[in-house]
Design a protein around this ligand. Sequence first.
Ligand code: 4AD
Ligand code: MG
Length: 477
Amino acid sequence: MNRSSVKELLQSDKFLQEVHVKGWVRTFRSNRFIALNDGSTINNIQCVVDFENTNEALLKRITTSAAVSITGTLVESQGKGQKVEINVTNLEILGDSNPDEYPIQPKKHSLEFLRENAHLRVRTNTFSAVMRVRSKLSFAVHKYFQENGFNYVNTPIITGSDAEGAGEMFKVTNFEANKAPLNEEGQIDYKQDFFGKETNLTVSGQLEAETYAMALGKVYTFGPTFRAENSNTTRHLAEFWMIEPEVAFMDLDGNMDLSEDFIKSVLGYVLEHCKDDLAFLDQRLTQEEKSKPQAQRSDMSLLEKLKFVVDNNFKRVSYTEAIDILRNSKPNKKKKFQFPINEWGADLQSEHERFLVEKHFKCPVILFDYPADIKAFYMRLNEDGKTVRAMDVLFPGIGEIVGGAQREERLDVLKEKMNALNIDEKELWWYLDTRKFGTAVHSGFGLGFERLVLFTTGMSNIRDVIPFPRTPQNAEF
Ligand code: 4AD
Ligand code: MG
């Protein structure tokens, strides 16, 4: 007999028909009611066991997280809380789960405890909802770009370049620790290493994506990126997924339009296609907020926040305007910022970004035209000679969710910049070629996928929106 999913059965009205389903027991109550889940939906189906005619040994094996196969009759539910249920005619235990050893009990566990059991936490409502939303968001990302004429490119994971110039890279080498051969100058001789040069895990696929945009026109990447920055925050991972569109003949205004349209589109998609999971996460966040002091509570529910972003324009503000606002802000005057804003040129910290978004503008903000000194080498220099065509999209509760720029397409200006920053032209000869052969205005951005999932699900720690987080001192699983 064909197996149905729990999701299908819950929507079915084929009453009094025989159905077959497999899943894991969430709870077993009164020796009679199984709440069964198979991952197809956040909702469980109730399976009613005829306990008088079921042998006791079998009943004992119906424990939380046991895998079971059930055949029975679909009926309209007698009880409250569900429309349909299954009257079990045959139950088979596929895999036992010893209740004395199984760590995830049907009660509220702390997120910290669940992180230590990351291989089992997806069996909870919260994490299964988060991971289904994550999956749908991935699909929405591809859907958006594919429907708008973009080509998906897979940029290398092992590279010889440091796109961001921040030096926060994980080395890739075949040398044994302490046994690396040295050259005549006494330095490690990477010529003898696997690739014949120094290599690392990529921090961004941008530079390679730019070369592809110069032929395919519109491209995007969606892949893993790695950063060895030692930031133990709720928004940083050492391994995260980044989405990087890159578009030829598009300037910074077009880039801002694209980022806004893209984010609204993917959020709109999950609002439409993840209703049950988002309703659950909305409730969860509302509960969570209740434990906070009144002043720290959000005045919008999760669903309201998502709809707000979809329905309202992002505020576009230059860095210079933002600095003025911050300099004259209450927290700055009252010395409440950890990093006070005194002058133009200061790098913005997450406390400043969140002030602008959450307190001042109360909506997503796109900051643009940053000082050249605090941004990467590849950004296009403005006529003023001191700012570059950079943009960051800032979100409530998150801070920076997108970083991007119009790229420096003028070979001489780019070379000058690289020289000033001691970036070896010979290392990036292939990147410079794009400026030699048919250079053109082009722009792109990077969106941190986990930060998007964080915002969408209302979770508060980035470690809870990726299956197996990689952070300093943590690579279990
Ligand atoms: O601002 P970033 O460093 O920009 C770039 O890498 C550019 N090459 C992108 C481009 O223009 N194609 O990173 C982009 C985004 C950030 O806005 C943030 O959302 C995310 O990547 N991000 C991280 N997410 C999680 N953990 C980290 N350690 C992150 N670092 C950056
Ligand atoms: Mg950035």
